[in-house]
Design a protein around this ligand. Structure first.
Ligand code: CIR
Length: 386
């Protein structure tokens, strides 16, 4: 989750400008105009960092800092003191106080950004997610028989999955829910995010086209956007990115025109797109995903091995055809609990994956990559499996 920054300052225009900057950079922010107001709220809603003004009408920052250090719940709080005074003078005021940094006003907001990065390093990835729709039972199904979906159980599994994403280093951002769109939890299909741009998909299933609107809004502040246009269709779940090599599944959802447009959008940025035939499953990434930059987990009954020259290919256990969908984030590999035999193979060949229950979501033909849309926070962050 995003780090929370509290601002304690009685200068409203400073608070407004700084809040705008911080929110734009993905922080949660709240403010108080005096130390008493700050302490009361901080006990309810502890921040990660306090931006504390030195000279407020109702009492100075140094006294406030001393009071915070005496409060057991807040004594370890990281503080950035700010004032119109020179930094050296501020440092004298708070001499000997651990966990305090200084910023002289007016300050360059980028300097504030750098200080915050040092104090609370941001997550390496942003993971967009979306709540399970109460209408999930009406989801699209292609290769599975319809079975009763326990929406509450699916939602609980989805929440646990979001926690696993956080633990893996993601800043998890839930998009506003779309209760009328049964498949909206599967955000992966609405876009593909690269370091240089994001491509807004045009889902092959008409019932899913409305899902892209909110995803496009969310990505617009983060990346340059391009779009797959009619008559092209493309689902994000059909696009496997491994460095500059991009594989696009030719499926019932993604057509040749969609793949052609993707290739044209990516070529100027140095990516090479290869079309891959897929049979027997919904998306390319139902059949193959990456468990490290050079290694793919594959079900070669659904996708040919020779489509991936130069990669090490690990076969799933044949008794677990749906096991090839795993989500790699930095050093973490997330995998569903339903595939113990393939998991044992992965543990032998790679290392222990993080296991989540996803069987209720799987009844809607979804798997672990489908429930999030991952964007590297810093370009170049290794994220095989996207
Ligand atoms: C669909 O058929 O579109 C949904 N019920 C499942 C989508 C799963 N998404 C994915 O594999 N990327």
């Amino acid at each position: 989750m995003a780090a929370t920054i509290a601002i304690c300052d009685d200068d409203q225009s400073f608070v407004e400008l700084t809040t705008r900057y911080l929110v734009f950079h993905g922080y949660s922010v709240w403010s108080a105009e005096d130390p008493a107001g700050f302490t009361a709220r901080a006990l309810e809603e502890p921040p990660d960092v306090l931006l504390l003004d030195m000279q407020m009408r109702g009492g100075g920052g140094p006294q406030a800092l001393a009071a915070i250090r005496e409060c057991p719940e807040l004594k370890n709080l990281k503080v950035i003191m700010c004032s119109g005074m020179p930094v050296e003078q501020m440092a004298l005021w708070a001499e000997g106080m651990a966990g305090v940094k200084y910023l002289a006003k007016p300050f360059d907001t980028r300097r504030l950004g750098q200080l915050l990065e040092e104090i609370v390093p941001k997550a390496a990835f942003i993971a967009f997610t979306r709540a399970v729709s109460p209408q999930m039972a009406r989801c699209e199904l292609t290769h599975l028989e319809r079975s009763v979906i326990d929406v509450k159980r699916a939602a609980a599994q989805h929440e646990a999955y979001e926690k696993a994403l956080s633990k893996a280093g993601c800043d998890v951002r839930r998009l506003s829910a779309a209760p009328d769109l049964p498949d909206s939890v599967f955000v992966e299909d609405a876009a593909v995010v690269f370091d240089e741009l994001a491509v807004i998909a045009r889902p092959g299933a008409e019932t899913r086209r409305g899902e892209v609107v909110e995803v496009e809004k969310a990505l617009s502040g983060l990346r340059h956007l391009e779009k797959i246009e009619s008559p092209g269709t493309l689902d994000g779940g059909d696009v496997l990115v491994a460095g500059k090599r991009v594989f696009a599944g030719r499926t019932a959802r993604t057509n040749d025109e969609g793949i052609r447009q993707l290739g044209l959008l990516l070529a100027p940025r140095g990516y090479v797109v290869a079309a891959v035939p897929v049979t027997g499953c919904l998306h390319l990434k139902s059949a193959v995903t990456a468990f490290d930059e050079n290694s793919l987990l594959i079900n070669s009954k659904w996708v040919p091995r020779d489509a991936f020259p130069g990669f090490d290919l690990l076969e799933i256990d044949p008794s677990e055809p749906y096991a090839a969908n795993v989500l790699k984030l930095g050093e973490t590999l997330i995998m569903p609990s339903a595939f113990p035999k393939t998991r044992a193979r992965l543990e032998r060949e790679w290392k222990k994956p993080v296991i989540v229950d996803a069987d209720e979501l799987a009844k809607a033909e979804g798997a672990v990559t489908c429930c999030s849309l991952i964007a590297a926070r810093r370009p170049g962050e290794p994220r095989a499996g996207c």
